[in-house]
Design a protein around this ligand. Sequence first.
Ligand code: F6P
Length: 551
Amino acid sequence: MASTFKLSTDLPAWKELEQLYQKEGKNFDVKQAFAEDPKRFDEFSRVFTNYDDSKILYDFSKNLVNKEIFAKLIELAKQSGVEKLRDEMFAGDHINTTEDRAVYHVALRNRAKRNMPVDGKDTAQEVDDVLQHMKEFSNQIRDGSWKGYTGKQITDVVNIGIGGSDLGPVMVTEALKAYSKPGLNVHFVSNIDGTHIAEILKNLSAETTLFLVASKTFTTAETITNATSAKNWFLKHSNDNKEAIAKHFAALSTNEKEVVNFGIDPKNMFGFESWVGGRYSVWSAIGLSVAIFIGFDNFEKFLKGAEAVDQHFLNTPLENNIPVIGGLLNVWYNNFFGAQTHLIAPFDQYLHRFPAYLQQLSMESNGKSVTRANVFTNYQTGAIIFGEPATNAQHSFFQLLHQGTKLIPADFILAAQSQNPIENNKHQKMLASNFFAQSEALMVGKNEEQVKAEGATGGLVPHKIFSGNRPTTSILAQKITPAALGALIAYYEHVTFTEGAVWNINSFDQWGVELGKVLAKVIGKQLDDKKPVEDHDPSTNNLINTFKEWE
Ligand code: F6P
């Protein structure tokens, strides 16, 4: 919990990595490294085997590391106590020190029902009870035995939540759409912009709609405002039938008191505990929309896929520990090469919300500048995560990746088998060829000689040169099944964990979101008053006053 070092820069391995960067890292030529070592791919790739025996290949070999650098990064993980912190997380210790809480989302996917106590209480039974409730409820919605207030079955489920109570369910339902049931639709309302809920409600009928109000705290302003508008809409369209609310509203939360205050029957509440962080909550009751959409059996496979990665993370020596390797490579680029960003580009349309999901996971976790020892860092922490589905991104921002002035480490993700192998699998082959070509092009580049040999002359030559040597990690799954998706998410969770441990920061709080929320509350009140404001800075005063004038 309390770390034994203040700053990561004080660790001997950090200092040695600084020297290694100067000596070998900054001029490292990955193409050359492949030429010199025919076994490089074997050396730097790992295969993860899931509980159902499906595989995911992680090819780290196109990264700017050699054996010596890799060994030193592993040493850095050891010296910074990655293993100790990991073991503490799995033991239910309060590693979220600033909120004095355990970080125990791993207990949500404990399908083997290992003894996983927290605060002196076992979690396996409680987790199982909630899952049983989710199973019954999702089965009833799916088989039509749950009826709305006029006796019709539910056709549309609207999840109202924000941040972790939205991004996970949105991303997973999109990613696993191929496993959904025709005739049962899910919608997501997160934005406080009235347009979001208004556009969704336009096409729905109160008789056949179920609202899931998803909020860990049940106090988040956007969610409660959206949920209240949904309730008002429902009452308006059901002749003010207050009793009908019990058939059309459920809550996913840790806060029973507020759920009851809101008017939701506690029988329709699916609970979880404070040791589940918002951005780690898709595995909890917050995943109810997922269970309804893809069916409980698939939801359980999703949990089991994550559980398999948890066991790998917990039990595998660091040099073969796939998320540890992923996290350490990110540290290498972030802190030694000075990379500011990290691209995640899935070659998979169903994964189109995966980068957005990972933005919260990584940036809310590791966007910190104070260490566990309560001092400011003198080094960079979390990278700016961005991404879009490739191959679309190839036709927009990949130019900067290939020829820009910045180093942008990238993860490319592909499933070998498409869920929609249309036109004799032609689309899938084109998709896959781009997946292979992009990482190859980024690595091998094209030099002046080659450009000239292709006929370019004069001033055009430099424009056609690709420096190459741009690092990528290729992640190749067999298929994006619920189990594979669970494994991929858990991989990124533990990558984020590893980075945070090395940087000695608390990856589990989010104090940085508070200030804006507090100021918005104050300003919200001022917007109800016609008088111009003058108690902010001049820019904010003028913006508010212009809004009041134009409103
Ligand atoms: O404001 C950030 C945050 O607290 C996230 O960490 C969380 O996922 C989100 O808000 C939503 O919180 P809640 O589930 O409590 O409504």
